[in-house]
Design a protein around this ligand. Structure first.
Ligand SMILES: Cc1cc2nc3c(=O)[nH]c(=O)nc-3n(C[C@H](O)[C@H](O)[C@H](O)COP(=O)(O)O)c2cc1C
Length: 342
């Protein structure tokens, strides 16, 4: 079995992390499936109030006895309560891993460590990786610009991973963005990463809570069918995200500033669940459609990375992880021995 220092650090069997994908897409079921398969499922804090997040963490614990993570966006969308309140819940609950994105983790690392929690920060540049190192995080996720969802930087995974490894080693670095199979895992390890994050690949999993139209679109998409844009503002204006270039997105791309502004008079296009509550979704509202979304699904935000071009089947998460690890291991072994492709 392929093992890296990340496996030791996090007490996991496979160096594969399931990306937090907002509150509804990486639901508890998918996070538990990833952790039960030997990886690390990471849920998002998003959309919930601190007491609800506490409940979710407790529920997840009934679904897996393996380590998992909770992700908190530090300078992301406007929140009804400060980020620190969510960190406090994670510390009270002693979650195994606290994962940060989009902001400075420095104020929280010491407190988390004293509760025995491992901390990571997802970054898109060497400067942010150095800040994370100074903050004292346990590992760093290097997110390339081909990643799905919000993207922090502008450099591709193939370059970003080795420059960050060089800059912050020996802190373990995990590669995110563009990885959907064992070839990506093997490549990431060859670049000096100690593991990978899967986002887009896991949308097309049986346990994922994404709307069926969303899953089908991921399967149908090629690597050229995404765009990095600020079109879907949703209280988090001017933040680049990678989403599928649907007919709706094509129609509005020339006016992406308008989407980002989130004008109060945008029409309501449907209804979604956020933080356990039903809410109307205005046009350009950046909530990707979960199973129970209703209305004009086609005009919603299908966050996805270029790795959609590598995804052609919906499978259980455990199968996805097993196949990636087996293929990755086989490539690394056979290449080292013979130079041949597995
Ligand atoms: C639907 C979706 C939602 C995402 N939401 C979050 C999030 O809430 N927090 C976060 O840190 N990253 C989020 N990301 C980014 C992932 O953490 C990760 O960087 C990305 O999925 C990796 O690229 P890939 O999609 O090619 O696997 C999201 C990605 C997707 C596809």
């Amino acid at each position: 079995m392929l093992r890296t220092r990340l496996c030791e650090l996090l007490d996991i069997q496979a160096p594969v992390l399931g990306a937090p994908m907002g509150p509804e897409i990486m639901g508890l079921e998918l996070a538990a499936a990833v952790s039960n398969a030997g990886g690390l499922g990471i849920i998002s804090f998003g959309g919930y109030l601190p007491p609800d997040l506490k409940e979710r963490i407790r529920k997840l614990r009934t679904m897996t006895s393996r380590p998992f993570g909770v992700n908190i966006l530090l300078e992301g969308p406007h929140l009804p309560v400060p980020e620190a309140a969510f960190v406090d819940v994670c510390i009270e609950e002693r979650v195994p891993v606290l994962s940060f994105f989009w902001g400075d983790p420095t104020p929280y690392v010491e407190q988390a460590h004293s509760a025995g929690i491992k901390v990571c920060d997802q970054v898109g540049s060497v400067s942010a990786a150095k800040r994370a190192r100074s903050a004292g995080v346990d590992f760093i996720i290097a997110q390339g610009v081909e990643a799905g969802g919000h993207v922090a930087g502008a450099v591709g995974t193939m370059v970003l991973v080795p420059v960050i490894v060089d800059a912050v080693g020996p802190i373990p670095v995990v590669a995110a963005g563009g990885i959907a199979d064992g070839r990506g895992l093997a490549a990431a390890l060859a670049l000096g990463a100690e593991g990978v994050v899967l986002g887009t690949r896991l949308i097309a999993s049986t346990e994922c809570n994404a709307h069926d139209i969303y899953k089908q679109k991921i399967i149908a998409a090629t690597e050229e069918d995404t765009v990095r844009t600020t079109l879907f503002g949703n209280g988090w204006p001017n933040a680049y995200h990678r989403t599928l270039r649907t007919p709706f997105v094509n129609q509005w791309l020339a006016e992406e500033k308008r989407g980002s502004e989130q004008r109060p008079d945008e029409p309501i296009v449907g209804e979604v669940t956020l933080g356990g509550m039903r809410m109307p979704l205005p046009r350009f509202g950046g909530i990707p459609p979960a199973r129970d979304a209703t209305g004009d699904i086609e005009s919603m935000d299908f966050l996805a990375g270029q790795s959609a071009g590598l995804v052609s089947e919906i499978k259980p998460a455990a199968e996805i992880i097993r196949e990636i690890v087996v293929q990755g291991e086989s490539i690394l072994t056979n290449r080292a021995a013979t130079g041949a492709v597995a």
